[in-house]
Design a protein around this ligand. Structure first.
Ligand SMILES: [Zn+2]
Length: 260
Protein backbone atom coordinates (compact mmCIF):
# COMPACT_ATOMS: atom_id res chain seq x y z
CA UNK A 1 0.00 0.00 0.00
CA UNK A 2 1.15 3.51 -0.78
CA UNK A 3 0.20 6.79 0.85
CA UNK A 4 -2.35 7.62 -1.82
CA UNK A 5 -4.23 4.35 -1.38
CA UNK A 6 -6.74 3.07 1.08
CA UNK A 7 -6.58 3.93 4.73
CA UNK A 8 -2.83 4.14 5.00
CA UNK A 9 -3.04 6.68 7.78
CA UNK A 10 -5.44 5.02 10.16
CA UNK A 11 -6.66 1.83 8.63
CA UNK A 12 -9.50 1.50 6.18
CA UNK A 13 -12.30 3.86 7.01
CA UNK A 14 -15.47 2.41 5.55
CA UNK A 15 -17.46 5.50 6.39
CA UNK A 16 -15.70 7.30 3.59
CA UNK A 17 -16.84 6.92 0.03
CA UNK A 18 -14.37 5.15 -2.24
CA UNK A 19 -13.51 8.28 -4.14
CA UNK A 20 -12.68 10.04 -0.89
CA UNK A 21 -10.37 7.25 0.18
CA UNK A 22 -8.25 7.54 -2.93
CA UNK A 23 -5.90 10.45 -3.20
CA UNK A 24 -5.36 11.35 -6.83
CA UNK A 25 -2.14 13.11 -7.67
CA UNK A 26 -2.39 16.90 -7.80
CA UNK A 27 0.31 18.77 -9.67
CA UNK A 28 1.48 22.13 -8.43
CA UNK A 29 1.63 25.15 -10.69
CA UNK A 30 4.71 24.83 -12.89
CA UNK A 31 5.55 21.37 -11.58
CA UNK A 32 7.36 19.11 -14.01
CA UNK A 33 7.36 15.35 -13.62
CA UNK A 34 8.73 12.37 -15.48
CA UNK A 35 6.07 9.69 -15.63
CA UNK A 36 5.26 6.44 -17.37
CA UNK A 37 2.08 4.39 -17.65
CA UNK A 38 3.10 0.72 -17.32
CA UNK A 39 -0.35 -0.70 -18.04
CA UNK A 40 -2.26 2.25 -19.50
CA UNK A 41 -5.52 0.84 -18.25
CA UNK A 42 -7.78 3.85 -18.20
CA UNK A 43 -11.03 3.88 -16.29
CA UNK A 44 -13.63 6.08 -17.89
CA UNK A 45 -17.09 7.22 -16.93
CA UNK A 46 -19.42 10.18 -16.97
CA UNK A 47 -20.11 11.75 -13.63
CA UNK A 48 -21.64 14.81 -11.98
CA UNK A 49 -20.40 16.59 -8.90
CA UNK A 50 -23.26 16.63 -6.39
CA UNK A 51 -22.88 18.52 -3.10
CA UNK A 52 -23.29 16.02 -0.31
CA UNK A 53 -22.86 12.99 -2.54
CA UNK A 54 -19.55 13.63 -4.26
CA UNK A 55 -19.00 12.38 -7.79
CA UNK A 56 -22.02 10.42 -8.97
CA UNK A 57 -22.35 8.57 -12.26
CA UNK A 58 -24.68 10.17 -14.77
CA UNK A 59 -27.92 8.29 -15.34
CA UNK A 60 -28.00 9.26 -18.99
CA UNK A 61 -27.15 7.31 -22.10
CA UNK A 62 -23.36 7.68 -22.55
CA UNK A 63 -23.67 8.11 -26.29
CA UNK A 64 -26.19 10.90 -25.86
CA UNK A 65 -24.11 12.64 -23.19
CA UNK A 66 -20.86 12.36 -25.16
CA UNK A 67 -22.58 13.99 -28.10
CA UNK A 68 -24.97 16.47 -26.47
CA UNK A 69 -23.22 17.00 -23.09
CA UNK A 70 -26.62 16.36 -21.54
CA UNK A 71 -29.35 13.71 -21.37
CA UNK A 72 -32.79 14.93 -20.22
CA UNK A 73 -33.51 11.44 -18.89
CA UNK A 74 -30.88 11.92 -16.18
CA UNK A 75 -32.19 13.76 -13.11
CA UNK A 76 -28.74 15.21 -12.50
CA UNK A 77 -28.40 16.52 -16.05
CA UNK A 78 -31.83 18.09 -15.56
CA UNK A 79 -30.83 19.51 -12.18
CA UNK A 80 -27.73 21.05 -13.76
CA UNK A 81 -30.07 23.25 -15.82
CA UNK A 82 -32.59 23.86 -13.04
CA UNK A 83 -32.68 27.61 -12.24
CA UNK A 84 -33.72 26.85 -8.66
CA UNK A 85 -30.51 24.90 -8.10
CA UNK A 86 -27.95 27.64 -8.56
CA UNK A 87 -25.16 28.80 -6.29
CA UNK A 88 -26.13 32.48 -6.30
CA UNK A 89 -22.81 33.68 -4.93
CA UNK A 90 -20.81 31.92 -7.59
CA UNK A 91 -23.47 32.19 -10.26
CA UNK A 92 -23.17 28.59 -11.31
CA UNK A 93 -25.27 25.42 -11.05
CA UNK A 94 -25.04 23.51 -7.78
CA UNK A 95 -25.01 20.25 -9.69
CA UNK A 96 -22.01 19.86 -11.96
CA UNK A 97 -22.68 19.12 -15.57
CA UNK A 98 -22.19 15.65 -16.94
CA UNK A 99 -18.48 15.28 -17.62
CA UNK A 100 -16.55 12.34 -18.92
CA UNK A 101 -13.68 11.69 -16.58
CA UNK A 102 -10.77 9.30 -16.69
CA UNK A 103 -8.40 7.72 -14.18
CA UNK A 104 -5.18 5.77 -14.66
CA UNK A 105 -2.37 4.47 -12.49
CA UNK A 106 1.03 5.88 -13.29
CA UNK A 107 4.63 5.62 -12.19
CA UNK A 108 6.15 8.90 -11.11
CA UNK A 109 9.93 8.84 -11.29
CA UNK A 110 11.93 10.33 -8.50
CA UNK A 111 13.84 13.29 -9.90
CA UNK A 112 16.11 15.89 -8.37
CA UNK A 113 13.35 18.44 -8.03
CA UNK A 114 9.79 19.23 -8.97
CA UNK A 115 10.95 21.12 -12.03
CA UNK A 116 13.26 18.43 -13.38
CA UNK A 117 12.41 15.49 -15.61
CA UNK A 118 15.64 13.50 -15.38
CA UNK A 119 15.13 10.19 -13.61
CA UNK A 120 17.55 9.50 -10.77
CA UNK A 121 19.75 6.41 -11.11
CA UNK A 122 19.00 3.83 -9.89
CA UNK A 123 15.38 4.39 -10.86
CA UNK A 124 13.03 5.06 -7.97
CA UNK A 125 9.50 6.32 -7.89
CA UNK A 126 5.97 6.07 -6.60
CA UNK A 127 2.73 4.72 -7.99
CA UNK A 128 0.10 7.42 -8.25
CA UNK A 129 -3.39 7.89 -9.66
CA UNK A 130 -4.08 10.53 -12.27
CA UNK A 131 -7.60 11.79 -12.83
CA UNK A 132 -8.15 13.74 -16.01
CA UNK A 133 -10.66 15.05 -18.50
CA UNK A 134 -11.22 14.67 -22.20
CA UNK A 135 -8.56 17.12 -23.32
CA UNK A 136 -5.75 15.09 -21.71
CA UNK A 137 -7.25 11.88 -22.98
CA UNK A 138 -7.17 13.32 -26.48
CA UNK A 139 -3.43 13.98 -26.14
CA UNK A 140 -2.77 10.35 -25.20
CA UNK A 141 -5.12 9.15 -27.87
CA UNK A 142 -3.40 11.25 -30.54
CA UNK A 143 0.02 9.87 -29.58
CA UNK A 144 -1.28 6.30 -29.67
CA UNK A 145 -2.89 6.94 -33.05
CA UNK A 146 0.51 8.00 -34.37
CA UNK A 147 1.89 4.59 -33.42
CA UNK A 148 3.59 5.43 -30.13
CA UNK A 149 3.59 2.50 -27.69
CA UNK A 150 2.33 4.41 -24.68
CA UNK A 151 3.21 1.65 -22.23
CA UNK A 152 6.89 1.73 -23.15
CA UNK A 153 7.29 5.48 -23.22
CA UNK A 154 8.26 8.09 -20.64
CA UNK A 155 6.48 11.42 -20.61
CA UNK A 156 7.06 14.83 -19.19
CA UNK A 157 4.01 16.28 -17.55
CA UNK A 158 4.11 19.99 -16.94
CA UNK A 159 1.36 21.58 -14.91
CA UNK A 160 0.36 24.74 -16.74
CA UNK A 161 -2.52 25.57 -14.46
CA UNK A 162 -2.98 23.99 -11.06
CA UNK A 163 -6.61 24.70 -10.21
CA UNK A 164 -7.92 22.97 -13.29
CA UNK A 165 -4.93 20.64 -13.56
CA UNK A 166 -4.18 21.66 -17.12
CA UNK A 167 -1.30 19.36 -17.97
CA UNK A 168 1.02 19.53 -20.96
CA UNK A 169 2.22 16.12 -22.10
CA UNK A 170 5.50 15.55 -23.94
CA UNK A 171 6.94 12.29 -25.26
CA UNK A 172 10.40 11.68 -23.73
CA UNK A 173 11.16 8.52 -25.67
CA UNK A 174 11.76 4.96 -24.52
CA UNK A 175 10.92 4.34 -20.87
CA UNK A 176 14.03 4.55 -18.70
CA UNK A 177 12.87 1.81 -16.35
CA UNK A 178 12.72 -0.68 -19.22
CA UNK A 179 16.35 -0.21 -20.15
CA UNK A 180 17.57 -3.03 -17.94
CA UNK A 181 15.85 -6.18 -16.80
CA UNK A 182 16.45 -5.82 -13.08
CA UNK A 183 15.03 -2.30 -12.96
CA UNK A 184 12.06 -3.27 -15.12
CA UNK A 185 11.17 -6.17 -12.85
CA UNK A 186 11.58 -4.09 -9.71
CA UNK A 187 9.45 -1.20 -11.00
CA UNK A 188 6.73 -3.46 -12.38
CA UNK A 189 6.58 -5.39 -9.09
CA UNK A 190 6.06 -2.17 -7.15
CA UNK A 191 3.55 -0.99 -9.71
CA UNK A 192 1.50 -4.17 -9.48
CA UNK A 193 1.52 -4.03 -5.69
CA UNK A 194 0.55 -0.38 -5.38
CA UNK A 195 -1.78 0.20 -8.32
CA UNK A 196 -5.51 0.58 -7.80
CA UNK A 197 -7.50 -2.24 -9.35
CA UNK A 198 -10.09 -1.48 -12.02
CA UNK A 199 -12.98 -1.20 -9.59
CA UNK A 200 -11.17 1.29 -7.39
CA UNK A 201 -10.04 3.30 -10.38
CA UNK A 202 -13.63 3.57 -11.48
CA UNK A 203 -14.59 4.72 -7.99
CA UNK A 204 -12.24 7.67 -8.49
CA UNK A 205 -14.55 8.85 -11.26
CA UNK A 206 -17.86 8.31 -9.57
CA UNK A 207 -20.18 5.98 -7.77
CA UNK A 208 -23.60 4.61 -8.45
CA UNK A 209 -26.37 5.93 -6.27
CA UNK A 210 -30.11 5.26 -6.28
CA UNK A 211 -32.64 7.67 -7.71
CA UNK A 212 -33.99 8.02 -4.18
CA UNK A 213 -30.62 9.24 -2.97
CA UNK A 214 -30.50 11.74 -5.80
CA UNK A 215 -34.00 13.01 -5.04
CA UNK A 216 -33.16 13.38 -1.37
CA UNK A 217 -29.97 15.28 -2.18
CA UNK A 218 -31.82 17.63 -4.55
CA UNK A 219 -34.50 18.22 -1.93
CA UNK A 220 -31.87 19.15 0.62
CA UNK A 221 -30.26 21.54 -1.82
CA UNK A 222 -33.57 23.17 -2.68
CA UNK A 223 -34.24 23.60 1.01
CA UNK A 224 -30.82 25.17 1.40
CA UNK A 225 -29.78 22.53 3.84
CA UNK A 226 -26.84 21.22 2.00
CA UNK A 227 -25.59 18.02 3.53
CA UNK A 228 -22.14 18.37 4.92
CA UNK A 229 -19.47 16.90 2.82
CA UNK A 230 -15.90 16.25 3.72
CA UNK A 231 -14.53 16.72 0.26
CA UNK A 232 -14.72 19.52 -2.23
CA UNK A 233 -15.06 19.20 -5.96
CA UNK A 234 -11.86 18.62 -7.81
CA UNK A 235 -11.55 21.04 -10.63
CA UNK A 236 -10.80 19.36 -13.89
CA UNK A 237 -10.16 21.06 -17.15
CA UNK A 238 -13.55 20.76 -18.68
CA UNK A 239 -12.21 19.98 -22.09
CA UNK A 240 -14.16 18.80 -25.02
CA UNK A 241 -15.47 15.31 -24.62
CA UNK A 242 -13.48 12.92 -26.67
CA UNK A 243 -15.12 11.12 -29.52
CA UNK A 244 -12.70 8.24 -29.14
CA UNK A 245 -13.76 4.96 -27.66
CA UNK A 246 -14.97 4.83 -24.07
CA UNK A 247 -18.59 5.54 -24.58
CA UNK A 248 -19.40 3.20 -21.71
CA UNK A 249 -18.62 3.38 -18.07
CA UNK A 250 -15.85 0.92 -17.66
CA UNK A 251 -12.17 0.29 -17.84
CA UNK A 252 -10.41 -0.16 -21.09
CA UNK A 253 -6.91 -0.50 -22.35
CA UNK A 254 -6.10 2.44 -24.55
CA UNK A 255 -3.10 0.80 -26.19
CA UNK A 256 -5.20 -2.09 -27.39
CA UNK A 257 -7.36 0.31 -29.31
CA UNK A 258 -4.51 1.09 -31.61
CA UNK A 259 -2.71 -2.20 -31.79
CA UNK A 260 0.55 -3.06 -30.13
ZN1 LIG B 1 -26.47 13.19 -16.14
Amino acid sequence: MTPKAFGIYSGIDDTLRPQQRVQTYKFEQGEIARVTFPDMRIASGISHWVPGLGYVFCFGDPEVVDKMRHDPNCPLCAANLDPTLVDQAKNRPLIGKATRRFAVNFWKYLTRSRTNDTALVPVQGTVEVLKFAGSFYAKLSDMAAKGLDLRKTDFRIRCEEAQFQNLALTDLGAAVYLQDKETAERVLKQFQEDRLDDEDLLAVIGREVSLDEVEAALERLRAGKQASTTSSPVSLADGSVTTAAASEVGTFDLSSLFGD
